[in-house]
Design a protein. Structure first.
Length: 328
């Protein structure tokens, strides 16, 4: 394996979605030698019309936001590499990061590898992704007000999703696609109390035009007019690298972090949807910023302690004018 970099980077950021890009902007502006490695599969690319990101009242596509973010990263000097990180391990210098092309060393490591929403096990539903099939109420419920909404799921969360959706539409049903209900008696009671129709059969067909849902057909032939489907189950946390380093994760697979976005492993940080933070673009960007600021502070304290800042200052003193200019 080729050594990508003989130098030890200050920071390597893995993942170039909202958390990673935001962190790289902060690290570049903090004059850190930062390398961002991204395999290019941000979930944001699934969203053609982001309506809840601050500063874009007319909406903006996820692709556009990412492209702007990459430009901003480049503007402030952090390097972006399109590659996939295959392995990470502890190293005397900090961390060894191995990609499909090379290996790199860094003093600190930030994982911003996100999650993937797994589409439900419904035949032919994929073309509807992002157009009429969604995963996130906060992202997409506002845009489907008044539509005929189906919630896909069979647990407490699905019931609560259906109840929460009543603020947006009076036509809300729950579909389990044949999965046995796992919700509590209380949640089952709410379904009855709020008169939310339950379709427990398997879905045999999705009727859509260019991804715009029109109806769901159930085994046995029953066909129900449906404009929108929300899936509340099926998240895959990209925590493999965190696990390689022994970072703690919760039962769902979310990597645990403290208030500075540091994991249970010293020097290893995590941000964005990989963590228990609410999986929203603006939250991921904010958490990336928190992680970058904490890393920068950590490196600063280390450099003070080890005399590195002092040596840098010596160079300034010997090679530059360092005294303020007296004008009068
Ligand atoms: C259909 C859909 C619609 C959405 N709409 C909205 C919306 O309107 N508003 C909103 O706020 N949020 C929305 N979201 C959620 C939003 O996409 C996420 O909150 C956001 O992308 C999270 O940012 P992140 O940086 O944590 O992860 P991501 O943006 O997913 O980025 C993770 C990055 O890490 C990279 N990566 C992973 N593993 C590796 C590896 N081993 N090596 C290198 N790179 C790696 C991936 O390729 C990816 O680029 C939507 C999500 C979906 C699925």
């Amino acid at each position: 394996m080729a050594q990508g970099d003989s130098a030890v980077r200050d920071v390597i950021v893995v993942g170039g979605g909202f958390a990673g890009l935001s962190a790289a902007i902060y690290l570049g502006r903090a004059k850190r030698d930062a390398l961002l490695i991204d395999s290019g599969h941000s979930m944001a690319t699934w969203e053609p019309d982001v309506q809840n990101y601050l500063g874009f009242p007319e909406g903006i596509s996820g692709d556009d936001l990412l492209a702007r973010g990459r430009l901003q990263v480049a503007h402030y000097g952090a390097e972006i590499l399109q590659d996939e990180v295959l392995a990470v391990s502890p190293h005397a210098a900090g961390f060894l990061v191995t990609t499909s092309q090379a290996s790199h060393l860094a003093r600190r490591l930030l994982l911003a590898t996100g999650i993937t929403h797994v589409p439900p096990d419904i035949p032919e539903v994929k073309p509807c992704l992002g157009t009429s099939m969604f995963f996130c109420k906060d992202c997409d419920a506002f845009r489907v007000q008044g539509k005929r909404i189906a919630i896909f799921g069979h647990n407490d969360e699905a019931v609560e999703y259906a109840l929460g959706m009543l603020y947006y539409s009076s036509t809300v049903m729950l579909v389990t696609n044949g999965h046995p209900p796992m919700w509590s008696d209380t949640h089952g009671g709410w379904l009855t109390e709020y008169e939310i129709p339950l379709c427990a059969g398997r879905i045999s067909e999705v009727d859509h035009v260019d991804g715009q849902l029109r109806a769901l057909t159930f085994e046995g032939g029953r066909r129900i007019a449906t404009d929108v489907l929300f899936a509340v189950q099926g998240e895959l946390y990209h925590n493999r690298l965190a696990r390689m380093l022994g970072a703690e994760a919760d039962a769902e697979g979310q990597v645990r972090v403290d208030m500075n976005a540091e994991t249970s492993v010293k020097g290893l940080y995590a941000a964005g949807c990989l963590t228990p933070a609410n999986c929203q673009m603006i939250v991921a960007a904010g958490q990336g910023a928190i992680a970058a600021q904490a890393i920068n502070r950590d490196l600063f304290e280390e450099e003070l302690r080890l005399g590195k800042l002092r040596r840098m200052r010596d160079v300034q003193i010997t090679q530059h004018d360092t005294l303020p200019e007296l004008l009068d």
